[in-house]
Design a protein around this ligand. Structure first.
Ligand code: GLC
Length: 574
């Protein structure tokens, strides 16, 4: 096949360092045929909204697509039944080719979701593997005999959703391993044939025009060969740094109070050294396709564990999400310490990637909505996301302030919500249909949407916000287009200015590139707060404020920020 790669797109091979990424959950973005779920033609019809080359559009440079491969949807696409095709509900390979072409025509790069820790149990590989003990694909998955006279699972590993990580297969009388649902059996990465098969998949999409991959649970690939039991939390080794996330604290508390076996130190089924060797092989393939890139979904207990997935900085993944930032308390100091720890931990050539929302967590605007402050805070987060040193990832709908609704149980679709209800309502809240207008189903579908639309549709939709110059959407647009003009925001160094304000209340940092110096000041309190950039800087010009009533002005080095106001300033050294 002739390669359709995005040759001739601007930005050079390291375009991804300067780019703004946008995550699309295809099921929920735009439905073109009225079946209630999104599809590729729907996405194509909305590409101009994302970037038509003018500041009237959002201006993003790359899209990460959550999976759209054939899938029985036990985990909504994260259970892939065929790696080299498009699910007919989303379209065809011809639609994919058109998607790539239409994206590239707008200088938008295409990132695919690579879900290769596991397949669907409906994947032909697993069906073969399961058919008999001597099937040639038996060893493509991890099969083991039961333990002891009671035929218990081979070890104590738990899956990430709930319950044991092993399921008994009656037909061949063995257990198979699954780190997620039983419908998501783990591939055996120790088998060289598996590696070759997956590397073939990677080449398939790169040849077809993809510009890179987001690697689903990249820390899970390789498992301890002896399948040793994981230790429980109380034997946990001392953490080397990082911050206990709220989720983690909850897990630890549940472990102690309820004694749930779910919460164990995942010592033997994650972060295996061999996984790093696999990723180095993966990187070598990407390096044969100049301009391709990757971002890892790596969840680790310490920043060092996550940073290890950069390898030397240039020989494993190009970027890795830093999820600790998602779990910071609403304090300037919490965000600052988190960013600085990550900056300090990264190898010199490693490039950060930041995000506040994705399809697995409650949207940031809802997470930080205490006292109805979510909208003000969403602006502050947008300013931070797009001005930190690193590549920002925006989650669809974040730019219009879409919020998570509270679902009654009978509307839940996500297996996590169904298992944990009422303690955890799962991830559906963050996956509701994109809100294009205030009409039927937010303009997402002419039919019945697979999930209901989110709250306050009348103001949280694209059409309404496009007309309002003070809207969140227009704030995102201004900020993204401003970022394109300011190379200090794209490539400049990062330095925090703790002396400029009370560091627990206002997060102040500098982005510098040669002569160009920009300062960002973010007030996390609900009171006006002073910032003093002197004596290092004498003059400052306001480029953008989260407060739409504040226009460009010379502020001087001493200024006062309004409640939860954030500003971007051009500063001049004394
Ligand atoms: C990742 C995905 C999540 C999925 C899981 C299993 O965490 O982001 O949606 O359920 O992997 O594939």
């Amino acid at each position: 096949m002739q390669s359709r790669r995005g040759k001739g797109l601007p930005g050079g091979n390291d375009w991804w360092k300067r780019a703004v990424f946008y995550q699309i959950y295809p099921r929920s973005f735009m439905d073109s045929n009225g079946d209630g779920i999104g599809d590729l033609p729907g996405i194509i019809s909305k590409l101009d909204y994302l970037n038509d080359g003018t500041p009237g559009s959002l201006g993003i440079d790359a899209i990460w697509f959550s999976p759209f491969y054939p899938s029985p949807d036990r985990d909504f696409g994260y259970d892939v039944a065929d790696y080299c095709d498009i699910d007919p509900r989303y379209g065809t390979l011809a639609d994919f080719d058109r998607l790539v072409e239409e994206c590239h025509r707008r200088n938008i790069r295409v990132m695919l979701d690579l879900v290769v820790n596991h397949t669907s149990s409906e994947h032909p590989w697993f069906k073969e593997s399961r058919s008999s003990r001597d099937n040639p694909k038996r060893d493509w998955y991890i099969w083991r005999d039961g333990r002891g006279p009671k035929n218990k699972p081979p070890n104590n590993w738990r899956n990430n959703f709930y319950g044991p990580a092993w399921t008994w297969d009656e037909q061949t009388g063995q257990y198979y391993l699954h780190s997620f649902l039983k419908d998501q059996p783990d591939l055996n990465w120790a088998n060289p044939e598996v590696r070759q098969a997956i590397f073939k998949v990677i080449r398939f999409w790169l040849e077809r025009g993809a510009d890179g991959f987001r690697l689903d649970v990249a820390h899970h690939y390789y498992k301890d060969e002896q399948l040793r039991d994981n230790p429980p939390f109380y034997k946990r080794e001392k953490r080397t740094g990082g911050m206990a996330s709220r989720d983690r604290t909850l897990e630890i508390n549940l472990y102690y109070t309820l004694g749930l076996p779910e919460f164990q130190v995942k010592k033997y089924n994650q972060h295996h050294p061999e996984t790093h060797r696999i990723l180095k092989e993966f990187r070598k393939i990407l390096d044969q396709y100049p301009g391709s890139t990757s971002v890892g979904e790596v969840i680790g207990d310490s920043p060092e564990t996550v940073a290890a997935y950069y390898g030397s900085g240039t020989d494993e993944l190009h970027m890795n999400f830093y999820f600790d930032l998602m779990h910071c308390r609403w304090r300037a100091g919490a965000f600052r310490r988190c960013v600085e720890l990550w900056e300090k931990t990264l190898p010199p050539e490693a490039w950060p990637a930041y995000t506040f929302s994705n399809h697995d967590v409650m949207r940031a605007i809802s997470r930080y909505d205490r006292g109805g402050r979510g909208d003000a805070r969403a602006r502050l987060l947008a300013l931070m996301l797009l001005t930190l040193r690193g590549t920002p990832f925006i989650y669809y709908g974040e730019e219009i302030g879409m919020k998570d609704p509270k679902f009654p149980r009978h509307l839940l679709q996500d297996p996590v919500g169904l298992k944990w209800y009422p303690f955890h309502r799962g991830r559906d809240g963050a996956r509701t249909p994109m809100q294009w207008n205030d009409g039927h189903a937010g303009g997402f579908t002419s039919g019945r949407p697979w999930l209901p639309v989110g709250p306050e549709l009348e103001k949280r939709n694209v059409a309404t916000q496009e007309k309002d110059s003070a809207s969140l959407l227009n704030f995102y647009k201004k900020l993204i287009w401003l970022r394109k003009e300011q190379s200090a925001l794209q490539e400049g160094s990062y330095r925090s200015l703790t002396g400029a304000a009370n560091p627990e209340e206002v997060f102040v940092y500098l982005r510098e590139l040669a002569e160009s110096k920009l300062a960002v000041a973010l007030n996390f309190t609900t009171r006006p707060r002073p910032v003093n950039l002197a004596p290092e800087f004498t003059a400052a010009r306001l480029l953008l404020s989260t407060d739409p009533s504040r226009g460009a002005e010379d502020t001087g080095a001493q200024l006062v920020l309004g409640p939860e106001e954030g500003v971007l300033l051009e500063v001049e050294p004394a």
